[in-house]
Design a protein around this ligand. Structure first.
Ligand code: FAD
Length: 367
């Protein structure tokens, strides 16, 4: 993309979609990049199936929803319905969204910012980071393991292949149940391997019951406790692979003997949890402040909070951060003072942040 956008929006959740809609209405040249397959991927990944979505507002906040079109209905609907509604809205308004594009870094150029993404650099005058609070953890292995999936988008993709699922909790178990079910229905006897770095798996009773049921119905699962992913490598056919050590014996002479398995990365799903956005803030060099004793009321002592102006601009000029990414609180610079500002993680907050930030950008850009 060679043109310079007015605004690049990172993340297609409520904050990002609201920002895009307002940019669209105000005639700004914008684009949303979303790492998932579609908008609201973050919500689709984190809400349990059938969960109701509430139009909750913080008690102390009298401001109405600034984008009424994205407000969850008063009579709560299931998350699937809300997502479907928003997808239609985005299509109907013809909002510019580029999916399966992951934000990576921001470089400063003379006249604009150059945003590094998995689909190449994108130029923009302003960047709005709206990537939410839950950033999937990366596998810490040598080499590059970026091709490893972090969620299950389509269990059918794994029919006919030996699949490796990494992680020891309920999310990994749920992914395995879905794949086993799909394989069983398709008559595929290839196993699903379940690897975890610890010796025991940790799932709740309800998930364990569903897993047990799937196994009894013929699901083929192989457990790999105490297994560690080690390297990403490319084989002689050019296929990216992940190696996982399934046992190792350290000898007194310093030699290690181990067994390992190697899987094409496209057959691996790593359900190893998520983390807050702090590592991204550090990477792009925006300033954070650690809460000293007695300074913060929402955050704990020692927690690092991002420093933002009243317009949500970070210490990197032209880079704004909104929505769940700055919840449950951030440090606000206002009138020469810096104070912790409470910021509840709600659809309402995300949408209204977008309203304020687009107003601020309009003033700066002078459109
Ligand atoms: C189980 C659950 C139930 C909830 N119920 C309610 C409710 O009923 N009512 C309510 O008001 N709030 C609810 N919330 C909170 C609400 O969902 C969040 O406040 C809201 O989704 C935040 O919006 P956001 O746009 O900031 O972030 P998100 O919705 O997280 O969207 C961020 C988007 O950015 C994408 N992304 C992440 N990293 C990158 C990257 N590097 N590059 C590109 N894209 C990226 C993600 O895929 C995601 O689609 C609930 C939250 C949870 C977990």
């Amino acid at each position: 993309m060679n043109q310079i956008l007015d605004v690049l929006i990172v993340g297609g959740g409520p904050a990002g979609v609201a920002a895009a809609y307002l940019c669209h209405k105000k005639g700004l040249n914008y684009l949303i990049i979303e790492s998932g397959k579609g908008i609201f991927q973050g919500i689709a990944n984190t809400y349990p199936e059938g969960k109701n979505v509430y139009p909750s507002k913080p008690k102390e906040n009298p401001e109405p929803f600034l984008v009424e079109e994205l407000r969850p209905p008063d009579k709560p609907v299931a998350v699937e319905k809300y997502i479907q509604y928003v997808q239609h809205f985005v299509q109907h308004e013809n909002l510019a969204v580029q999916t399966e594009t992951q934000f990576d870094d921001i470089k400063e150029e003379r006249e604009h910012l150059s945003v590094q993404t998995s689909s190449g650099p994108i130029k923009a005058r302003k960047v709005v980071l709206a990537f939410g609070s839950s950033i999937p953890k990366e596998l810490s292995v040598y080499g590059d393991a970026k091709m490893v999936a972090k969620t299950l988008d389509d269990p059918k993709k794994y029919v006919g292949v030996r699949t490796l699922v990494i992680g020891g909790g309920n999310t990994a178990a749920d992914v395995i149940i879905s794949i086993m079910k799909e394989k069983r229905q398709a008559g595929d006897i290839n196993p699903v391997y379940w690897a975890h770095i610890a010796e025991t798996f940790d799932v709740n009773k309800e998930t364990a019951q569903r897993l047990g049921e799937e196994i009894l119905l013929g699901g083929n699962i192989r457990l790999l406790p105490g297994a560690t992913p080690r390297i990403g490598e490319v084989d002689e056919e050019g296929v990216d692979r992940l190696v996982i050590r399934t046992s190792e014996l350290k000898q007194p002479d310093g030699i290690e003997i181990y067994n390992a398995m190697s899987f094409p990365m496209k057959n691996v799903i790593a359900c190893i949890g998520s983390q807050g956005p702090l590592p991204i803030f550090d990477k792009i060099g925006v300033q954070t402040i650690a809460c000293a004793e007695g300074v913060c009321h929402v955050a704990k002592e020692g927690d690092r909070l991002i420093l933002l102006t009243a317009d949500f601009e970070s210490t990197r000029k032209g880079v704004y951060v909104i929505g769940g990414a700055i919840s449950p609180s951030y440090m606000r610079i206002s009138g020469g003072t810096i104070q912790e500002e409470k910021h509840p993680n709600l659809i309402y907050t995300a949408i209204n942040d977008a309203g304020h930030v687009v107003e601020a950008i309009l003033k700066k850009i002078g459109k």
